[in-house]
Ligand binder design. Structure first.
Ligand code: MG
Length: 384
């Protein structure tokens, strides 16, 4: 079998480590990896998979890794420049982007410009710069393969259907997060530790907090809108506590197709890597009888205002979603530093998304301008 060559951006995170398990099992070749600051794990991964390049985002971590890997053939690079360099290696068959935050935008564009398919686990890339990413992908005839479980589900449901206008509606499922059923008043005192406890999925800290505010589902709606070329109002969110149905689509004839499975990211990660083929995985088989029943509820848009803000921002279009996302990145960081309260995240995201006029058509420079404006707005609002 052909040994696919894969570069992983964000190899020490939750998706990255699971992707390496898939690579190990399938016997693929790791071309390059990147990490933020986790030199211990990055060193271990580099020693096992012998990539040609390893990038550390932090200069001191890069210097450290360089010394540690001096006896190997792995070349150590640093920062955004290194990240874009490994994303655009001509040897790559696929770049898996699993970095956290809109910092993933530049390397996604770099991979596309190099003509390489991108397995996208970095939803902020499309939320912040969807117009640029999708236009570049069309121009370079590059595939964006979704890794997010919901988007992989929709992508899988669409296989075999060649007519784009046959898709009527997308139904994104949401676990509801750790605070499902709670009202605003009950969330006044939420601590960082409480927000970091997710019922069904083991994920990185930023994503877990985004799941607790439902910002994650809002970002996913915008991501789905770009990936599947549907307006935000054709996308519906249904809370489904068991996370067994990963999402569904409704065709114009009223037929609904859902993708189900044990909640395990190995399935969508592997499918993005092997697409259009399917190969065995080691995921626990789904037993519907063990579940007994599956439940569904409407989302509470009053309590979880982030979801509502994302819908509003997507309707406005242009860089409004980028502003909402950047404000959220800033607010979540402040919440994790215990500088703001849980409910302030949603309040800040809503204010920052609409505090000023945003361009509807934009360049990459405009994206970073909107990001900085939104981040600054959040800091000023918090007296920082
Ligand atoms: Mg998801």
């Amino acid at each position: 079998m052909y040994q696919k060559r894969i570069t992983i951006l964000g190899s020490t995170g939750s998706i990255g480590t699971q992707a390496l398990q898939v690579i190990r099992r399938l016997g693929y070749k790791l071309e390059a990896l990147s990490a933020n600051v986790s030199t211990d794990l990055a060193e271990k991964q580099a020693r096992e998979f012998s990539p040609r390049f390893a990038v550390m985002m932090e200069p001191s971590a890069a210097a450290d890794l360089k010394i540690r890997l001096a006896d190997t053939n792995t070349q150590v690079l640093c920062g955004m420049e290194g990240l874009c360099q490994i994303a655009s290696l001509p040897e790559n068959d696929l770049v898996l982007n699993s970095v956290v935050g809109m910092i993933g935008l530049r390397p996604t564009l770099a991979a596309i410009e190099a003509g390489t398919d991108v397995a996208l686990a970095n939803k902020e890339t499309l939320v912040a710069g969807g117009q640029l990413v999708m236009a570049a992908a069309r121009r370079k005839k590059v595939k964006i393969l979704p890794v997010d479980s919901e988007h992989s589900a929709i992508f899988q449901c669409l296989q075999g259907n060649s007519k784009k206008d046959a898709l009527h509606k997308i139904i994104l499922t949401a676990s509801g997060g750790p605070f499902f059923g709670k009202k605003r008043e009950e969330l006044e005192q939420v601590t960082v530790d409480q927000a970091l406890r997710h019922p069904n999925w083991v994920m990185g800290a930023k994503l877990t907090i985004d799941s607790s505010t439902l910002m994650n589902k809002g970002l996913e709606m915008i991501e789905a809108s770009w990936l599947f070329q549907k307006p935000i109002d054709s996308i519906e969110v249904v809370v489904h506590r068991e996370s067994v149905i990963h999402s569904m689509i409704e065709y114009v004839d009223g037929s609904c197709i859902a993708q189900l499975g044990t909640p395990d990211m190995q399935i969508p990660i592997q499918y993005a890597m092997t697409y259009p083929d399917r190969v065995p995985s080691q995921v626990k088989p789904l037993s519907l009888i063990d579940y007994g029943k599956l439940t569904f509820y409407p989302p509470d848009l009053r309590t979880f205002s982030c979801l509502r803000t994302c819908m509003d921002a997507a309707r406005m279009g242009g860089l409004y979603p980028c502003a909402a996302n950047a404000a959220n990145e800033e607010a979540v960081a402040l919440f994790r530093e215990r500088k703001i309260r849980f409910l302030q995240i949603g309040e800040l995201v809503e204010k920052a998304a609409f505090f000023q006029r945003m361009p509807l058509r934009y360049t990459l420079e405009d994206v970073f301008w909107a990001e900085e404006e939104a981040r600054r707005f959040v800091r000023v609002q918090c007296g920082l």
